[in-house]
Design a protein around this ligand. Structure first.
Ligand code: DCP
Ligand code: MG
Ligand code: MG
Length: 356
């Protein structure tokens, strides 16, 4: 049996802003883009959630719900810094840390357990340490699997600790809304609800044929999750498969000069991150969204793996140019590089001799 923690900062971006500026504490703070530029809410402090403000909501709507909300633009470098600090604390407990995003990770603490330090004590000590040393709160779920730990960490937010005792997984999950389960999104949940299936427990007790009809091939897997059976291991290093940067334009445009300049900026950003990661990639992809929201991508293979801004921009510009035509206005441009080999001469995947 494994013992897994899932730890997640409360209102991460917003809490970091409140930490750095005490005037903002206790106030409805939202971090995200400007309402004049179709910005959305990235993070909403718990004070602002009382007004119905949520992540991913248009900033305009957020201000309608709470006109006195304080909006701040994101400071990604600062959030990355805090993320590195908390991940370092996780690593002092166990090397088995799987980050899911900047603000959350799974920890497999099975081998860190001692008679004085059962999993729930490890979690409690971690929460105290984060509070004292970082001045921020995390919510933690403790369980015997990743999926249950993740659901548990969300149960008592903010500043919560939820322990699911081994053997009680099924009872813990049964009364919860089906949408809390991994892989059940709003659309699937609506289809289940149409048949009167609202909770994880109701889902778990449906016959095979019903599950197959509603969930297709995922049926058996979802049933196991609904019963609290999840053996998926904590995966330590998730190698980046691509490095990307994208921007939504403040105003849709067909202006080649503006678009090319944006491609250059994005390529430089991608290049910087490749160089920091010691990576070079062979495939350059351009993601394009038109004014009518049609989104598509084009990709090209470079002759040699590369990380230079010129190589990336040259390729991305060429792809964009082919898509430009009279009256076609662009709303979003993205550039990404994949197909990595590491630039310190060791290919990540051995190449077959004689195939160069
Ligand atoms: N984020 C984002 N856009 C989203 C969701 C999240 O930019 N649609 C960013 C901002 C969040 C951070 O990722 O602060 C972490 O995401 P969470 O889902 O963990 O949300 P919070 O930490 O903000 O709130 P919670 O207390 O619900 O975890
Ligand atoms: Mg969070
Ligand atoms: Mg999170």
């Amino acid at each position: 049996m494994h013992h897994i923690l899932h730890a997640d900062f409360d209102a991460f971006y917003a809490s970091v802003e409140q930490l750095d500026n005490p005037d903002l504490r206790g106030k409805p703070v939202v971090v995200g883009g400007s309402p004049d530029q179709r910005g959305v809410v990235a993070s909403a402090s718990y004070e602002s959630r009382r007004f119905g403000i949520r992540s991913a909501m248009p900033m305009r709507t957020a201000f309608q719900r709470c006109p006195k909300a304080v909006r701040l633009p994101p400071r990604f470098d600062r959030y990355h810094q805090v993320s590195r600090q908390v991940m370092a604390m996780f690593h002092e407990i166990t090397p088995l840390v799987e980050p899911l995003s900047l603000d959350e990770a799974f920890l497999d603490v099975t081998d860190a357990i001692t008679p004085e330090m059962p999993p729930e004590e490890i979690a409690a000590a971690l929460r105290r340490r984060v509070k004292v040393e970082l001045g921020l709160t995390i919510s933690v779920g403790v369980a015997t699997s990743k999926s249950v730990a993740k659901i548990a960490s969300d149960m008592d937010k903010p500043d919560g600790l939820t322990v699911v005792v081994p053997g009680s997984e099924r009872d813990f999950l049964a009364p919860l809304d089906a949408i809390k389960l991994w892989g059940i999104g709003p659309k699937t949940a609506a289809r289940l609800a149409a048949d009167g299936v609202h909770t994880i427990g109701e889902l778990a007790s449906q016959p095979d044929e019903w599950l197959a009809k509603k969930l297709g091939r995922r049926g058996p897997y979802v049933r196991r999750l609904a019963l609290g059976q999840d053996e998926s291991p904590v995966v330590v290093e998730r190698e980046a498969k691509s490095v990307s940067a994208e921007t939504t334009l403040a105003r849709d445009t067909a202006d080649a000069e503006v678009l090319f300049e944006l491609v250059d900026r994005l390529s430089q950003r991608v290049s910087r991150r490749l160089v920091i990661g010691g990576l070079r990639g062979r495939t350059v992809k351009a993601k394009l969204r038109l004014s009518d929201f049609t989104t598509f991508s084009r990709q090209r293979t470079l002759r040699e793996p590369d990380s230079s801004p010129d190589a990336i921009a040259g390729s991305a510009r060429a792809m964009l140019e082919r898509e430009m035509s009279e009256g076609r206005r662009f709303r979003l441009i993205g550039v990404s590089v994949s197909g990595f080999e590491s630039s310190d001469s060791e290919p990540l995947q051995p190449r077959l001799a004689g195939f160069e």
